[in-house]
Design a protein around this ligand. Structure first.
Ligand code: NAD
Length: 410
């Protein structure tokens, strides 16, 4: 299954649960607008590379389109379309006033110079600028894009539209970024897991956790869980992983990652591969890197009883069925990683008001939003005896359908 087929299979199950009418189904299933652009970049060695970029606006019934931009070799039309659809249900599930979008450039930016990345970012922003805007579509960081890339996007957009900090989120603090945004996705994962553990009567200090990916999301999840007393026994990045049965030193791993070293280089650890991490002896598995990593082939080997999807779409449809049939609890991406877009919402509101919150307020508001979405998901799942994923999709679809009807789309 392609990413969009996979997301649509989850969409169909949610739609069936709420008996979505046929006409509304047709409107909600496909994207509203799909923009594909050419991004020519003069490389440092004088060659001209022509990349392809995308911005997909899936649904804007509940507010401006919102979603990240990723620079990755797999970021093609199909993948970006699937991720845009996920954003629509995610923003609705956490009940923030945004629709869903995603963008990307099919490129491997590793090895590209900062000048090349800046040129590519400005070209891309100019090419999709006509569909962006503070009240139209607001990009954010995703894989291989960061606060610096957002600063370039904001500057390129502002060059034609005037100073517009609210046109992009995930910016550096000095340029309208919000204190707390960088850690928000990881913190949101931790708030949700903490709440779910309480609901299930589980003591996190007795849990062993494995985290795949030690970038923005994975590293903040590791720090947050470590602070709560959970034992992070395994962590990895693209170059490999580290395992230690009595718990890894998270501060040391963060230092390695911060210095562009692999966590696999940590002292006194057993080196493991990413595939071994997924099957390692632990209670909670947290994929926080790429999509489609838990597949039909490796899902039967997952030993953890709980899977928390910090990454977007880490579990294929077939693998999801295997995990659910095996009685595993899966906290779906729609809910688990929604702290990122919620933090972006807080940044956007602060930019529009030109009023800065303290980080404590940011984190308190974030916890409120995440816990409310978790409660709604658990209540639906328990009442209807369905998985948390089916519940999360059903809630999101129902809310978007209601707004679409009020607007007269159908
Ligand atoms: P990042 O680029 O900061 O980090 C990605 C991490 O994954 C790095 O440690 C990298 O080494 C690792 N990785 C890359 N390829 C890998 C491979 N083949 N095997 C194992 N590890 C690999 O990205 P991020 O912002 O932390 O995003 C991670 C995931 O979380 C993505 O799926 C993204 O869509 C999702 N997400 C991010 C945010 C956010 O605010 N950053 C919000 C919601 C969802």
């Amino acid at each position: 299954m392609t990413p969009i087929e996979s997301v649509n299979a989850f969409f169909d199950r949610g739609a069936q649960l709420i008996h979505l009418k046929d006409e509304m189904y047709a409107v909600l299933k496909s994207s509203y607008r799909e923009v594909q652009v050419q991004v020519p970049v003069r490389m440092d060695d004088g060659r001209l590379e022509v990349f392809t970029g995308y911005r997909i606006q899936h649904n804007g019934a509940r507010g401006p389109y919102k979603g990240g931009v990723r620079y990755h070799p797999t970021a093609d039309l199909d993948e970006v379309r699937a991720l845009a659809s996920l954003m629509t249900w995610k923003t609705a599930l956490v009940d923030i006033p945004f629709g869903g979008a995603k963008g990307g450039i099919t490129v491997d930016p590793t090895g590209m110079s900062p000048r090349e990345i800046q040129t590519m970012t400005r070209r891309f922003t100019n090419a999709i600028g006509h569909v962006l805007g503070v009240h139209r579509d607001i990009p954010a960081p995703d894989m291989n894009t960061n606060a610096q890339v957002m600063a370039w996007m904001m500057d390129a957009y502002s060059a034609t539209h005037g100073y517009s900090p609210a046109a992009v989120t995930g910016k550096p603090l000095d340029l309208g970024g919000a204190a707390g945004r960088e850690a928000a996705t990881g913190r949101g994962v931790v708030y949700v897991l903490e709440g779910a553990a309480k609901h299930w009567g589980l003591d996190l200090t007795e849990c062993r956790v494995a985290i795949q990916g030690f970038g923005n999301v994975g590293s903040w999840v590791a720090r947050g869980l470590d602070d709560l007393g959970a034992k992070v026994v395994a962590a990895s990045d693209r170059d490999g992983g580290a395992y230690r049965s009595d718990g890894l030193d998270i501060t040391a791993l963060a230092r390695l990652a911060g210095n562009r070293h692999s966590v696999a280089e940590a002292a006194d650890v057993e080196q493991i591969s990413n595939e071994e991490l997924l099957a390692c002896d632990c209670d909670i598995l947290i994929p926080a890197a790429l999509g489609d990593v838990i597949t039909e082939a490796n899902a039967p080997k997952v030993r953890a009883g709980i899977v928390v999807e910090a990454a977007n779409h880490p579990t294929t449809t077939e693998a999801d069925a295997i995990l659910v049939d095996a009685g595993k609890r899966v906290i779906p991406d729609l809910l688990a990683n929604a702290g990122g877009v919620t933090g972006s919402y807080f940044e956007w509101t602060q930019n529009i008001q030109q009023f800065k919150w303290k980080e404590e307020r940011f984190n308190d508001e974030l916890r409120d939003v995440m816990v409310r979405a978790l409660d709604a998901t658990l209540t639906f799942a328990d009442a209807r005896q369905v998985s948390m994923r089916d519940a999360a999709f059903a809630i999101g679809i129902e809310r978007v359908a209601r707004t679409s009807k009020l607007r007269g789309y159908v």
